[in-house]
Design a binder for this molecule. Structure first.
Ligand code: FAD
Length: 317
């Protein structure tokens, strides 16, 4: 079912969902099931599976020469989605990224997704490869998420890349990313909004936000969306702080602010166990408030560790 229909059918009740990374190459799917099992009691209508672009590694040969090799560490987003749908009978939402795909490959991947019965896709530009200082589009691929939204919307209208196609319409519900604290490459919030609105105008039907720790950021984001004519559901993306290192790593990786009250509470902790308790408590309070603010779904970035999310969900749902 489409995510927008799950939200409609909930009649204003806040839903629970979460995001997982596909297994590392060589690991079994059981690790994914172990990360899902503890969270199924909260009835997620959908589960997201991220997509990781290939990166370059250097392989040393016996003669000392280094060979640059493209390597995909977590290659199985689509298969992981199929396995989740098969085992749990919930909707799986694959993340679809621009980086690493030509337009033709993207189109073929979308056809596979349609045949697998996948109704939703989260359309993203994708992160830069670790070996690149900024995002590098694939030759003959899409450079921005909006171009990929346009591509999926075209297929939803029966328009494929090549005119000789049978023109059967796909019916994907398209989600996109939004940044309450601005995307880090954008010169200002208004420019970022202009491009977010462009994605919605091209066919995106829901937005999932980057994580945030201050609900005022989400509230201001929703208000700014509404006043700019963006009326689709806005799903807050959430992650509790679970270690003191994250005070540095989360702002560095995700370009977000951690409120002073939270950072000081974490700095005052005497053990990592205490840090985790503070992080979970903060997130429980954030979630309670988001529910009263009418958030359609509370969407957790579990990063393969279900336990903190389970504790939060127990307090909220
Ligand atoms: P875009 O919407 O293309 O925006 C990228 C930047 O370009 C922004 O600064 C925007 O303002 C600007 N921009 C947009 N359109 C134009 C234009 N036409 N001209 C000029 N500038 C423009 N990354 C992954 O690799 N895999 C994942 O699975 C993944 N999942 C994510 C899930 C969520 C909910 C979120 C919030 C992020 C996720 N990311 C993932 C990270 C995401 O790929 C990065 O944040 C990326 O840097 C931007 O992606 P986007 O889709 O927001 O890009």
């Amino acid at each position: 079912m489409k995510i927008v229909d799950h939200i409609k059918n909930a009649n204003g009740k806040t839903l629970f969902s979460f995001e997982l990374l596909p297994p590392i190459k060589g690991q079994s799917i059981q690790g994914i099931f172990n990360a899902i099992d503890p969270l199924m009691e909260f009835n997620p209508p959908f589960i997201d599976v991220t997509y990781l672009r290939e990166d370059y590694i250097y392989k040393q040969h016996p003669n000392g020469l280094l060979e640059k090799v493209a390597y995909r560490k977590r290659p199985s987003t689509v298969a992981t989605c199929a396995a989740i749908m098969n085992k749990y009978k919930v909707d799986a939402v694959p993340h679809l990224i621009c980086g690493g795909f030509t337009k033709d490959e993207t189109e073929n991947a979308l056809i596979d997704l349609q045949f697998l019965g996948i109704d939703n896709v989260l359309v993203l530009r994708g992160d830069a490869r670790k070996s690149d200082s900024s995002f590098v589009p694939t030759p003959d691929g899409h450079a921005y998420a909006s171009e990929l939204v346009q591509h999926v919307s075209d297929m939803n209208r029966g328009k494929y890349l090549h005119d000789d196609m049978a023109n059967e319409k796909t019916d994907f519900c398209i989600g996109v990313a939004g940044y309450p604290e601005k995307h880090f490459e954008s010169p200002n919030l208004d420019t970022d909004f202009k491009y977010l609105k462009h994605k919605v105008d091209l066919g995106a039907e829901f937005i999932v936000t980057q994580m945030f720790f201050d609900n005022k950021a989400y509230q201001a984001f929703v208000e700014k969306c509404r006043s700019n004519g963006i009326n689709v559901p806005i799903i807050p993306g959430l992650k509790p702080i679970t270690s003191s290192k994250q005070l540095i790593s989360l702002p560095k990786i995700f370009h977000l602010d951690i409120p002073l009250e939270l950072s000081e509470a974490i700095q005052a902790c005497e053990s990592e166990k205490e840090v985790k308790e503070v992080g979970i408590e903060w997130m429980i309070n954030q979630c309670k408030e988001l529910k009263t603010m009418g958030a359609p779904v509370l969407h957790f970035y579990t990063m393969g560790n279900p336990e903190p999310t389970k504790r939060i969900a127990q307090a909220i749902f």
